[in-house]
Design a protein. Structure first.
Length: 406
């Protein structure tokens, strides 16, 4: 359980969400010389969020980069954490082949969408290495609490924060709170998990902090574009046809998305000759199937979520048929034999602007901050935005805590 440090004069910080924004915040405050207690709370199996990798305990070479297969840096100066991550071997430049598909089924070689502009990078050995690298940069005294969903928030008698699970059992305490995702503040938790209101909302009414009220209202107004992802594991020798495709990342223009219901296709060869294929649906397809979650995903295990195997199978078959139609020039239906398809849903895959304004990302009166790709600024809606938001919040948080950067 994360709590206050041994020195009561040194405040503690709880970060809800171990995605890119939360991990960047933790790494950056350490980079700035602050050594106070930091705990990260993550409902998934491990760090990463949309930059995570699905792995298997029984198959060490298997990984699905099922959210973001890469990330881009489009503005200067580059993030402060980028060079240490490269030097540590946690990330590497991405130089795979890019293409775009038009509505007539024609490939436009090298064409990119907004998510692949700028300098491209990937996690070395899986996208989850981006966040694992930042946690490593943060030091061994960072406490990562995986598989823990914070369901309730309460204000403690000394003005700090209590973190509670769905049974009102205390998970941890901290002097300061940072939300690196929108789930606890956004109304989507009501539709996704059946909660009566976002857990932050009762505190907003109770605390009388005008800045927090404006921040919560801004977060609640952010629309999010969902995605459903079809995951396939292609076995040798069938994987060879997939590995020979003239692209590693295929985007779909507006006409192609309308025709096939797909938005992005990622081809991820594995070291042992197998090949992972990840096909992302359009927002429209994911919205039509908003009640369908992957039965093998961490979301399916959350209280209030009831998977529907029949609806899941129907969506898997529809996405698989669309994929084969797109790849007809190169791939036959036999290339899907033994692929063991899985489904993953990203309910808030891409936030839509304008995002949370920078002045509202820290509310000192209530001891709460916000970071993530939903905050406005360079890279909004992408990994770059999440990375920069964590870095930008770090010195401001330290100053508010009275712990100026070292």
């Amino acid at each position: 359980m994360t709590g206050r440090g041994c020195d009561p004069a040194v405040p503690s910080v709880a970060v809800i969400g171990a995605g890119v924004g939360g991990c960047a915040l933790a790494a950056r405050v350490r980079q700035l010389g602050w050594r106070g207690p930091i705990g990260l709370w993550e409902s998934g199996r491990g760090p990463g969020g949309r930059a995570s990798s699905r792995r298997s305990r029984h198959d060490p070479l298997l990984r699905f980069d099922h959210g973001a297969p890469l990330f881009s840096i489009t503005t200067t100066p580059e993030p402060a954490l980028l060079a240490p991550l490269l030097e540590g071997g946690w990330i590497e430049p991405w130089s795979g082949s890019l293409a775009q598909l038009d509505g007539q089924g024609q490939l436009i070689a090298g064409a990119t969408d907004p998510l692949t502009q700028g300098a491209l990078y990937r996690g070395r050995g899986g996208m989850d290495q981006l966040c694992r690298g930042m946690l490593e940069l943060g030091g061994t005294d960072l406490q990562l609490n995986g598989g823990c969903l914070v369901r309730h928030l309460e204000r403690s008698a000394d003005g700090g924060w209590d973190l509670l699970d769905h049974q009102q059992q205390r998970l941890g305490v901290a002097d300061w709170l940072v939300l690196s995702g929108t789930l606890l503040a956004h109304p989507r938790c009501q539709a996704l998990l059946g909660w009566p209101e976002p857990p932050l909302q009762p505190l907003v009414r109770q605390l009388g902090d005008g800045q927090l009220e404006r921040a919560a209202a801004a977060i609640a107004s952010i629309d999010c574009s969902p995605r459903s992802a079809l995951l396939l594991l292609i076995q040798p020798p069938l994987a060879e046809a997939w590995r020979r495709l003239p692209f590693r990342l295929l985007s779909f223009d507006a006409a192609a998305q309308a025709r096939w219901g797909l938005s992005r296709l990622s081809i991820q060869p594995l070291e042992d000759g197998r090949c992972v294929v990840v096909a992302h649906s359009t927002a429209e397809v994911a919205t039509l199937h908003a009640d369908v979650v992957g039965s093998r995903s961490s979301v399916a295990r959350l209280p209030g979520v009831t998977p529907s195997p029949q609806r899941e199978q129907e969506l898997i078959e529809a996405l698989g048929a669309a994929l084969l139609a797109v790849l007809e020039p190169w791939i036959t239906s036999t290339a899907l034999q033994g692929a063991e398809p899985q489904l993953m849903r990203w309910g808030a895959a891409f936030p839509e602007g304008p995002g949370l304004p920078s002045p509202l990302t820290l509310c000192p009166q209530s001891r709460i901050g916000f970071c993530g790709d939903f905050t406005s600024g360079p890279g909004f809606g992408r990994i770059e935005g999440a990375l920069r938001s964590g870095e930008e919040l770090a010195p401001r948080l330290l100053a508010a805590m009275g712990a100026a950067p070292g």
